[in-house]
Design a protein around this ligand. Sequence first.
Ligand SMILES: *[C@@H]1O[C@H](CO)[C@@H](O)[C@H](O)[C@H]1NC(C)=O
Ligand SMILES: *[C@@H]1O[C@H](CO)[C@@H](O)[C@H](O)[C@H]1NC(C)=O
Ligand SMILES: *[C@@H]1O[C@H](CO)[C@@H](O)[C@H](O)[C@H]1NC(C)=O
Ligand SMILES: *[C@@H]1O[C@H](CO)[C@@H](O)[C@H](O)[C@H]1NC(C)=O
Length: 426
Amino acid sequence: MLVLVILTNLLTMYIFAGPSSFNLHPISKYTQHLSLPLWEPPSALLHELNATQRELTRSRSEIEELTQQLKFTNLIVKALATDLPRLQNSVSANQITSNSSILDHINGLSREIKLAIGPHKLPLGYSPRMGSDELFPPVGGACLKYKDELAQYMAYTIGAECPVDDVFAQQLMLKGCEPLPRRRCHPKAPAKYVNPTPLPGSLWATPPDTSIVWDPYTCKNYKCLIDRKNKPGYYDCKDCFDLQGREKARWLFDKGLDYGVDQVLSTKPRGTIRIGLDIGGGTGTFAARMKERNVTIITTSMNLDGPFNSFISSRGLLSMHLSISQRLPFFENTLDIVHSMHVLSNWIPDMVLEFTLYDIYRVLRPGGLLWLDHFFCLGHQLNTTYVPMLNRAGFKRLRWNAGLKLDRGADKNEWYFSALLEKPMS
Ligand SMILES: *[C@@H]1O[C@H](CO)[C@@H](O)[C@H](O)[C@H]1NC(C)=O
Ligand SMILES: *[C@@H]1O[C@H](CO)[C@@H](O)[C@H](O)[C@H]1NC(C)=O
Ligand SMILES: *[C@@H]1O[C@H](CO)[C@@H](O)[C@H](O)[C@H]1NC(C)=O
Ligand SMILES: *[C@@H]1O[C@H](CO)[C@@H](O)[C@H](O)[C@H]1NC(C)=O
């Protein structure tokens, strides 16, 4: 109880003594002025009205900001409350009241966010290379839109084990807070980690269950993930964990919408497709196929209720935990090939997709390939939206196949198209 009383007081203190406490400007000052004599010219009246309106808008935004601040403070207190039992174990309640360790703790939490996102003065001073004397670790601008989530993400004990908050953190990324700030805590480690399977066997091996931490996922072992394909319900990349199933034959044959890797590689001089990217590459089978042909592919993937990134790495392939929204972290004119199956589709807002296509164009080298594999859309979108968009981005068509997607009935007018596109040589 004593602690709760202290907390309440502290909360009040924090709000009213915080660095950005507000004084709401008395509106009455203006309303007084409004009681103008009737003979006052209407322009002056309008002027007053304008001023009042502006004041009102300002007060509203101040109230909004205050609400945000309050939410933020609540969160800190909540985080503190979860930490209290531990604090009490090491320090008696009397000691807490007798010194300011709780206040230190509150300040510490918000300090950690500030430390993570900077700015930090460069120890050697102004750097002409950077054109600045300070550095802001990059955090997506949207992080600042989700201040309370960000505060929750940064509420941990420095140097200890991080909270297992993968799902929460990934949601934050998917909403646009990407990249996330760094944290000074250690991720939970798998309890009985064993050395990975050596290459080349690892490319098609199911990893040991002990190689990862299962807490964030519904399934608690690989057998469960493999069996998903027989279960009802929607899961991302439902049959991808079964390497002996459909994955085994992907991209081996060339027919209609399904292009074969060998056929695609043969559109270019032998050995000139060497490095590339698979956007939203599930469990990494595309990269495995390409590795067998001496092509190095980085696979981006989210961990949507499955350990996709861990699985790809276990196969001995490169995974990157990156959403489709982020600017590709490659320099221009560098990649030989970019592939994407199912992921680039009509769920992405048109404008976001157009920026993505220009970004892919940017990182592809001249003559590089964009392989859009089973792009899903509705019939009317195909020719009115996506074909013009691909043309605008500047790609040249090498192959093009479109076909009705019939599994939900032809009347749905759902389509797939597959395309092999090229960034022009000049
Ligand atoms: C009031 O504001 C509007 C636009 O906000 C402006 O067009 C108008 O000229 C202003 N009137 C006066 C009297 O300042
Ligand atoms: C507060 O008390 C704890 C436990 O006795 C002690 O370790 C810490 O140094 C004290 N802090 C201050 C600022 O006095
Ligand atoms: C891949 O590279 C290795 C080593 O250079 C070579 O022996 C092998 O034949 C290559 N495989 C293919 C499919 O080109
Ligand atoms: C799109 O346009 C092409 C050629 O202009 C045409 O052959 C095709 O049927 C159209 N597709 C759809 C789905 O309307």
